[in-house]
Design a protein around this ligand. Sequence first.
Ligand SMILES: [Fe+2]
Length: 297
Amino acid sequence: MSVRALGYAGFSVKDVAAWRGFAEGVLGVAVEEAEDGGLRLRVDDRAWRIAVEPTGADDLAYLGFEVEGPAALKELAARLVSAGYTVEADDDLAAKRGVIALSRCIGPAGIPVEFYWGGTQAGERPFVSPQGVRGFVTDGQGFGHVVLATPDIAQARRFFEDLLGFRLSDVIDFAPVPGISLRLVFLHCNPRHHTVALAPMPAPKRLHHFMLQAADFDDVGRAMDRARKAGTPFANGLGKHTNDEMVSFYLVTPSGFEVEFGFGGREIDDATWVPGRHTATSTWGHERLVGAPGAGE
Ligand SMILES: [Fe+2]
């Protein structure tokens, strides 16, 4: 048994007000106030998908992976323990996250990783985008994907593939700057082409970017219009990725890591999928518009 989806993520941020304006005004996700002085972002009928916490690191604080139930949670915890990870069940944290049961450990690159089942459904408060976004693709696919800086790529692959049950989607070998070759590893745990991608490099932040997938292509264009109007820095212009075929653009969030806003990501059927290799991140576009090289996908 493996994890089913990326259910939620927590960001530790310095400027909650900037995040509020960015999330509501540019991304068009729904924003609710949290008791901790932060925000809870919604993109569907789950109670929340991203916690924006006023703890100041401007980086990923934790990832929450959903499993199918108590047996799966127990089995996963046992697998992690037998591989040397310290796993703790945490009822207080489960209550805080609004899930029925939760265990946590410290994953690759020191990233706190939580596993849970029974996330809060909030259909009585349907998701309504403040910008009229007609919906995000989450059904059976989690809320999106994350690209993580994991310098010890072998350890990270053991964690996600051998222990969490992710499967290899493909790799991209590319040179972000001349003379340096990087292999990005893309992993899936449901039909979404990748839920986690691993970049084998030290980076100032654990999180290179997270991705939200609009259900309607026009919402990508409208988000670009809102970002331009708001003066939000673009990290990459519009483009199409080689491997997941996502048409997307990237913005720099108020915390410095990036967000990919896309449409049309391909879906994987494990019965027929064969992992491949690419040598470019994009078939067209995705022009880099800020200083630091991108991790592509
Ligand atoms: Fe991406």
